[in-house]
Design a protein. Sequence first.
Length: 285
Amino acid sequence: MDCRVKPGNDEFMASNNGLKNITGTIALAGAGKMGGAMLTGWLAGGLEPARAVVIEPAPSAEIAALAAKGIRLNPKDLGQVDTLVIAVKPQSFREAGPALKALVAPSTLVVSIMAGTTMAVLQEVCGGAVVRAMPNTPAAIGRGITVAVPATNVSREQRATADALLRATGSVEWVDDEALMDAVTAVSGSGPAYIFLLAEELARAGVAAGLPEALATRLARETVAGSGELLHRSDVPASTLRQNVTSPGGTTAAALEVLMGKDGLQQLMIRAIAAATARSKELAK
């Protein structure tokens, strides 16, 4: 079986070293699950705590505890900052806009991870040199994937800073066309929910086939998690990994005839991604 497994993610570790070289103040607006995951990644990656400022009206106990390590939590009269990372809920952004704008100078790097919020809106509300990014929830364990697009006024140094900050929670891909972000949101931003649904339905089908519920749930969970890790570590395409499991005329082939048949998984996924992409475009209006 040809899997060619990679030993680890050296690019991720090497890029995180860039956090140690960041200068200036970094303000994080919004320290919920995603913002909190980013902050944890920054500190673990070597960012000096004194450079981090957190603006969060209702900080969790975990975030509040970080103040003892040197981060500044909700300081008064902060003034303009070198970098502002916006992780507030999109529906709260315009309300928070005046307070955020007070932190932004024309040269401030503004990195947004808010879904459906365009660079035009970000520049209107906050100003600065804007990078729009879309992470996903595996960022909470350092295994996320983020796609980012820079505005034309983002310098090479600012892009490097944004890359280091985003890479603290996983891999980063850069694009030049903001129009791609709706499809990015549909594939990777919403994608973890599709995988979790697969685990749910695989377990449910196991129960229907006669397995005890607890065993079916464990088998589905571990199979999805293990297959994902194999895919992560392997250099070969997903299609090759699938073929490696499939013996002609065997049980896997019988199941794949259903999943890959007419109106099967391919068509369902195309329709699902199209629906999510369309909704992302609607939210951006």
